[in-house]
Design a protein around this ligand. Structure first.
Ligand code: AMP
Length: 295
């Protein structure tokens, strides 16, 4: 059975109950938009809900802190959980359904010997390189959620640029392309430019002040961009991050369409700057598309 929460969003914890409800909606010819999240919702997440609501009859949000995608157990344990507040925010945003499954519901056979996805080079660069196994975990859970929700469209944030590419590839690999449309939505930022993220809740006052340094660094890359060798710009970005108190994993410039790392720029290739850096034990990521045609 499903229950109406105090706020009016329909909450499902069991796959069977959600399936029955969604089947009834589909029989009425209604379109379903799906926003997968790990909760601790902020306006970035809610912007995906709003876009889905504008484009579908029914919007389903899932909240599931997916153990399979955490390569660092400490990060998993400290991941913020704010479920009561999340429900209130979903209600305010007019989200129709919250799917809140248990780990056993998503992984009934446990977390061992699960399916492997051929993500090729996407798994060996940037987030793939620095968070081994992370994208396999992302694919596992999103594939499972897509099988459960079977939406017309899935809504993803550009904040997780590489994740958008990985999920798009997974959808092709699993034959869901054509049935499910991927919609990628812009990154929402705080007033000082810090990309909104659930992990920002863990920043103390001093860290929070420094955190916008990542966005400043992305802007500087964009400003300094010129045709030819890009290594100096990248080195400068790394130095700037270190100087601002970060421990960078990477500050890179890549092809915006396939994420291949770019060393020499022809002035036309579409580029994206991508950064991952720690502030103490909190790892933040961000990216900025750099327009082409800059000389
Ligand atoms: P998460 O809960 O971090 O797994 O994020 C759930 C979805 O929200 C993902 O598709 C993210 O890319 C997206 N998202 C997270 N932060 C932002 C943001 N600041 N702006 C837009 N989308 C975001």
């Amino acid at each position: 059975m499903y229950t109406n929460t105090r706020t009016g969003v329909i909450l499902f914890k069991k796959i069977n109950d959600l399936n029955k409800w969604l089947d009834a909606q589909r029989k009425k010819g209604l379109h379903v938009g799906f926003v997968p999240t790990m909760g601790a919702l902020h306006p970035g997440h809610l912007s995906l809900i709003h876009t889905s609501k504008a484009e579908n009859n029914v919007t389903v949000c899932s909240i599931f802190v997916n153990p399979a995608q955490f390569n660092d157990p400490g990060d998993f344990e400290k991941y913020p959980v704010t479920i009561e507040q999340d429900i209130a925010l979903l209600e305010e945003a007019g989200c129709n359904v919250l799917f809140l499954p248990s780990v056993a519901e998503i992984y009934p056979m446990g977390l061992l010997h699960l399916r492997h996805f051929d993500l090729s080079y996407l798994e060996t660069i940037l987030e793939g390189k620095y968070r081994p196994g992370h994208f396999q975990g992302v694919c596992l859970v999103v594939d499972r959620l897509l099988d459960i929700v079977n939406p017309n469209k899935i809504y993803l944030g550009q904040k997780d640029y590489q994740q958008c590419m990985v999920i798009t590839r997974m959808i092709i690999l699993t034959g869901k392309e054509g049935k499910i449309k991927v919609r990628i939505c812009p990154t929402l930022r705080e007033a000082d430019g810090l990309a909104m993220s659930s992990r920002n809740m863990r920043l103390n006052e001093k860290e929070r002040k420094s955190a916008a340094g990542i966005y400043q660094c992305l802007l500087q890359i964009k400003k300094n961009l010129s045709k030819g060798n890009l290594e100096k710009i990248k080195e400068k970005a790394v130095s700037r991050l270190i100087h601002s108190g970060f421990r960078p994993d990477y500050a890179e410039i890549a092809d915006a369409e396939n994420l291949n790392i770019v060393h020499e720029w022809n002035g036309k290739q579409p580029l994206v700057a991508v950064i991952a850096a720690f502030l103490n034990d909190i790892r933040l990521i961000d990216n900025l598309q750099l327009t082409g045609e800059i000389s």
